[in-house]
Design a protein around this ligand. Structure first.
Ligand code: PRP
Ligand code: URA
Length: 212
């Protein structure tokens, strides 16, 4: 399968492959589903953090002074509601001092276009590294709209994390936002006529929150 899409980074890890399989399984209950989403998010988050800038900071060990490091920029994690919420705890495990913003977007099932219903992030987004998180990148409409909202509010340094990506969504993000890196745990085949990813894992929001 083609994995050389511009700006798309497939996070390949045995534990990710194991947990993606748990998510795909239609028999997986929502408790197990949430746990797998969290574990994958930790591994994707760690991969995305490889890009973070550091500032030097002196530190005193019990023996002597030496040079240590702190993150140069504050981090804000922004889940796309609802399903993105499931990825937040995994990211907070590894960046516990990150802020958390929220973007409420719902895909209109007729038009497949995203409709905004909530927005709250820190004011000075230009000084932050923004990790936008949403498990599904299908048509790319929701992620593209969320990135536009963030940029309108000043964000300049955004990376996007998903669990399952469709080629259609990657292409749309690359066209609309060529500056944004996309990290995914799986690259799937295509969308069906209702905009669902194949083979996919179904409706991520419903499976996370048990609203099937
Ligand atoms: C899902 C998913 C994305 C969107 C992806 O959300 O979490 O936000 O669909 O589809 P797209 O790439 O075609 O825009 P949904 O609209 O089902 O809302 P929910 O999280 O509240 O269930
Ligand atoms: N949103 C989902 O939750 N799943 C898909 O397959 C596509 C969009």
């Amino acid at each position: 399968m083609r994995t050389d899409y511009k700006n798309f980074f497939l996070v390949e890890h045995p534990l990710v492959k194991r947990d993606i399989t748990v998510l795909r399984d239609k028999h997986t209950d929502c408790e197990t589903f949430r746990a797998s989403v969290s574990r994958i998010s930790i591994i994707i988050g760690a991969k995305m953090c490889e890009d973070l800038n550091l500032a030097e900071k002196g530190v005193e060990t019990p023996l002597e002074e030496t040079i240590g490091y702190v993150l140069a920029n504050e981090v804000v994690i922004v889940p796309v509601l609802r399903a993105g919420l499931g990825m937040v705890n995994g990211f907070l495990e590894i960046i516990p001092d990150a802020k958390v913003g929220h973007i409420g977007l719902e895909r209109d099932e007729e038009t497949l276009k995203p409709v905004e219903y909530y927005y709250k992030t820190p004011a000075n987004l230009d000084t932050h590294k923004v990790f936008l998180v949403d498990p599904m990148l299908a048509t790319g409409g929701s992620a593209s709209a969320a990135i536009s909202f963030l940029k309108k509010r000043g964000a300049e340094n955004i990376s996007f994390a998903c669990l399952v990506a469709a080629p259609e969504g990657i292409k749309k993000l690359n066209e609309d936002h060529p500056d944004v890196k996309i990290f995914g745990a799986a690259l799937d085949r295509e969308l069906n006529e209702k905009g669902y990813i194949l083979p996919g894992l179904g409706d991520a929001g419903d499976r996370t929150f048990g609203t099937l």
